[in-house]
Design a protein around this ligand. Structure first.
Ligand code: ADP
Length: 407
């Protein structure tokens, strides 16, 4: 089945065109026919790019005034690079949707499913409306094609009450839906599946800790294929230190700042989401690659930022080891997890007794590739597995339409 995967943001559309079916999934041989993105939508200065096997297109200063024009452009780009002869060849569309509320699985979008996604939109007002806009435009462009929503939150709906409930008065959960939801589910699920494929282990006998370390960062404890805890919460702000987000802080800090510095809730939100994390501590960059370089050159605050980042990560690995009891593998993914051996080394420091021991040479060699990086004596295996959220969206779209279970 040939599937168009769309990730529609406020001013961008990322896309992949993927051919997949059951046999290809089993062999990990899905075909990426083309990929690309359109940025700065809503301006006369949009940047469009698309790559296929044979051809690459990149244009700057393009007139793309709304998302409808952007998705129409996606179709013409796919034709231009030779991935598509006719839009009729698109058999289904898979959409990344950030918040799925109470959905446990990917869903074919029907009027009822749409209502429930809209209902969850107040929990992700910056993302869901744009994701759904992509659906509405595709409904006009391909009225007879099935469309599937794949949610960042769905994988974590299996968390038990003790993991998702905040210790606030219970009615805040019941009436206002204040609970931990978790995000990055598509990435955690993809690397867990890929680990089982690589190691030949089954879901039923595998406990994993997956670390997605990109601009946003989160960690998940996976027991027998189900997420039982994850570090992001009601929003993606909780948990690990991230590029510009603080992760865990004492909530009283916010009250203190609002009272003493007269900061508004908007200013506090900006502080926590955009001015904190690696960027806030280093005062220099949110980009781990730049900070590693800068720390290497003796910049002290870059070193401290990396240290705080890795220390928090190590504490969470310890906590999730306690959650799971026995861990078969620790998996690193995301731009940092896949490419920064130094971060993995600091995160695993002193964890030998707990069962995690890196092979430093293998760790240093593993940059951007699938690799096992644990020492032979390590109780748990340690892996680097590059994530592929778009591929999982395509696979879920296929399986949902065919009525197959999403593993
Ligand atoms: P997003 O969450 O936006 O998808 P990515 O998964 O691409 O982000 O991760 C971005 C992060 O990965 C940045 O902090 C970037 O510096 C880091 N990164 C990418 N390549 C490297 C590298 N070779 N070494 C260290 N960090 C890297």
């Amino acid at each position: 089945m040939k599937i168009l995967v769309l990730n529609c943001g406020s001013s961008s559309v990322k896309f992949q065109f993927i051919e997949t079916d059951l046999e290809r999934i089993d062999r990990n041989q899905d075909r990426l026919l083309a990929r690309g993105q359109i940025e700065r939508i809503g301006t006369h200065e949009a940047v469009v790019s698309c790559q296929a096997d044979a051809r690459t297109v990149r244009d700057v200063g393009v007139d793309i005034l709304d998302h409808h024009a952007a998705i129409a452009k996606v179709l013409s780009l796919l034709q231009h690079v030779g991935a598509l002869a006719d839009p009729k060849q698109i058999e289904a569309v898979g959409h990344r949707v950030v918040h799925g509320g109470v959905f446990h699985n990917s869903q074919r979008i029907t009027p009822e499913v749409l209502r429930k996604i809209e209902d969850a939109s107040e929990l992700a007002p910056l993302h869901n409306p744009h994701n759904l806009n992509g659906y509405h435009i595709c409904t006009q462009l391909f009225p007879d094609r099935p469309q599937v929503a794949v949610f960042d939150t769905a994988f974590h709906q299996s968390m038990p009450t003790r993991a998702f409930l905040y210790a606030l008065p219970y009615e805040y959960f019941r009436r206002h839906r204040i609970r931990r939801y978790g995000f990055h589910g598509t990435s955690h699920r993809y690397v867990a599946f890929r680990f089982r494929q690589l190691s030949g282990r089954s879901k039923e006998d595998t406990n994993l800790i997956t670390c997605h370390l990109g601009n946003g960062c989160s960690l998940t404890a996976i027991q027998f294929g189900r997420s039982v805890d994850t570090s992001m919460g009601f929003t993606p702000l909780e948990g690990l230190v991230m590029g510009t987000r603080a992760g865990d802080v004492d909530p009283s800090i916010l009250l203190h700042l609002m009272a003493k510095q007269e900061m508004s809730s908007h200013e506090v939100a900006t502080l926590l989401n955009r001015h904190s994390g690696l960027y806030g501590i280093s005062g220099e960059s949110n980009d781990m690659r730049e900070l590693l370089e800068s720390s290497h050159q003796g910049h002290e605050r870059a070193r401290i930022a990396i240290d705080v980042f890795c220390y928090r990560l190590r504490k969470y690995i310890g906590a999730y080891t306690a959650v799971l009891g026995h861990v078969h593998a620790l998996i690193f993914t995301g731009g940092i997890g896949e490419n920064a051996p130094h971060v993995r080394e600091l995160a695993c420091q002193n964890l030998g007794e707990m069962g995690y021991e890196l092979d430093l040479q293998k760790n240093n060699r593993a940059v951007g590739v699938e690799a096992e990086i644990s020492a032979p004596a390590s109780r748990a295996q340690i892996y680097v597995i590059p994530t592929n959220e778009e591929l999982l969206i395509a696979r879920d779209t296929y399986r949902t339409i065919e009525g197959l279970e999403n593993p």
